[in-house]
Design a protein around this ligand. Structure first.
Ligand code: ZN
Length: 165
């Protein structure tokens, strides 16, 4: 496994639409492992999309620290959304920024795993928020586009309790 460099806001790649994954090979597995390692660095991230390490493929990894552990989503599709709630978000690609975003309370999503097998799951609360946030990355959308109010942190301030994805 290896750390990958996080692409930050201002880089035009973050605004591009990611393409579907077609090959479920060793290369994909290495990418997934690297993404997870990069996400877990300093315990900062609860989710990471491939575009955030410069790869325009429809892939993201989430781990909100609950009983699900790490979940890998490839070619995901959120096909049901229910309710709405405001929650605080941050993003590894938008350092120093956080703000409230409205997201569904509950979603259903289907996706492929690293071997190409389809799975289907229901998610609510923080996990639903995280999946929606990452899914937006695949379409070039950042949380700051949807935020109610952006909070800029003071230079050098870094709240380790604040989850970013
Ligand atoms: Zn993000």
């Amino acid at each position: 496994m290896a750390l990958r460099e996080i692409v930050v806001d201002g880089d035009p790649i973050l605004r591009k639409k990611s393409r579907p994954v077609e090959k479920f090979d060793e290369r994909l597995h290495i990418l997934l492992d690297d993404m997870a390692e990069t996400m877990y660095l300093d315990n900062r991230g609860i989710g990471i999309a491939a575009v955030q390490v410069g790869i325009l493929r429809r892939i993201f990894v989430v781990d909100i620290g609950d009983e699900h552990g790490k979940i890998e989503f490839i070619n995901p599709e959120i096909y049901e959304r229910e309710g709405a709630a405001l929650g605080m978000e941050g993003c590894l690609s938008c350092p120093g920024k956080s703000g409230y975003v409205e997201r569904p309370e509950k979603i259903r999503v289907r996706a492929q795993d690293r071997n190409g097998e389809w799975f289907d799951m229901e998610a609510d609360g923080l996990l639903a928020v995280c999946i929606c946030h990452e899914n937006d990355h695949l379409d070039g959308v950042l949380f700051i586009d949807k935020v109610v109010e952006v909070e800029e942190e003071e230079e050098g301030e870094n709240d380790p309790e604040e989850a970013e994805s």
